[in-house]
Design a protein around this ligand. Structure first.
Ligand code: BV8
Length: 232
């Protein structure tokens, strides 16, 4: 019988590619106030600054590459016999560039922009400014296609459907501090019959909900996980 696997990744999986995490030291939240750059109110108050914050991160994607952990997940997806779901909290495109096919970006994507009037999205690689016009409406402008604090993450119905049918749940490189993503492991924990594995360089807020905690770097532990999963 083929097993259904759900994988959740956080900023830790992209750390070894050179992208800052949020809460490690020298992380984003050491440098910026969340309220100022990652909330709708912050955008309302100072759109220029918020665009700058995302413009820098979007531009940085051109100088980083996927790491062994991203590639291992793309390989796992290719060979997995059962249902395979990859959910990421990350807004970078490293999973896709490693070959992952159906990535659920629950917090949005740096390389997309969204029309403030119609909500329509389009692929976007350059800088955005408060003056960048939307192609979908003559008087509208664009915002980063990012889920800010206080906004509802994307594809939650699909996510919880997949969690309800998961036999294996793997969390990689997330501190488990942001909801609803942090609650996914408790959701499968309460459901029972779901094997839960966490990969992180240190204890997270949600470690105690996992059957197995693999402490170490994603580039070492995710390839090891592949070996284990191919035996299941
Ligand atoms: C919601 C986009 C309602 C931005 C992000 C008051 C008002 C409103 C809401 C709330 C409130 N109080 C609480 C909330 C809920 C709030 C929340 O959880 N706040 C927290 C701070 C308490 N959540 C929300 O607002 C969410 N929306 O609740 O809407 C709702 C919900 C459901 C249904 C109906 C209505 C929206 C949250 C999304 C916010 N946007 N990102 C951007 O990217 O700029 S969240 C942000 O944090 C990132 O996207 C990231 O995805 C997320 C989690 O961070 P992590 O990925 O875990 O990264 P972190 O740095 O924390 O940790 C890295 C980990 O990696 C560490 O554990 C480290 O040890 C490990 N690591 C490091 N290196 C490695 C490694 N592991 C392995 N290998 C390595 N090499």
């Amino acid at each position: 019988m083929h097993k259904n696997i759900v994988i959740l990744t956080g900023a830790g999986i992209s750390a070894e590619s050179g992208l800052s995490t949020f809460r490690d030291n020298q992380g984003f939240w050491d440098e910026y106030a969340i309220e100022e750059v990652a909330t709708p109110e912050g955008f309302q108050k100072n759109p220029e600054m918020v665009h700058q914050f995302y413009n820098q991160r979007r531009a940085q994607l051109d100088s980083v590459t996927p790491n062994k952990a991203h590639h291992a997940l793309a390989k796992l997806e290719k060979h997995w016999q059962g249902d395979f779901t990859l959910i990421t909290q990350n807004v970078d495109d490293l999973h896709e560039r490693a070959g992952s096919q159906n990535v659920i970006h629950m917090h949005g994507e740096l390389k997309k922009a969204r029309c403030l009037k119609t909500g329509k999205t389009l692929s976007w690689h350059e800088d955005l400014t408060p003056q960048t016009k939307s192609p979908f409406h003559p008087e509208a402008h664009l915002r980063p296609h990012i889920v800010w604090f206080g906004e509802v993450p994307f594809q939650l119905d699909l996510i919880f459907h997949k969690l309800d049918h998961a036999d294996i749940f793997v969390s990689i490189g997330t501190s488990g501090q942001v909801h609803p993503a942090a609650g996914f492991v408790t959701h499968v924990y309460q459901k029972g019959q779901c094997q839960r594995i966490e990969i992180n360089t240190e204890e997270s807020e949600i470690s105690h909900f996992f059957d197995q905690q693999w402490t170490g770097k994603a580039t070492e532990k995710v390839p090891e996980l592949l070996n284990l999963l191919h035996k299941i």
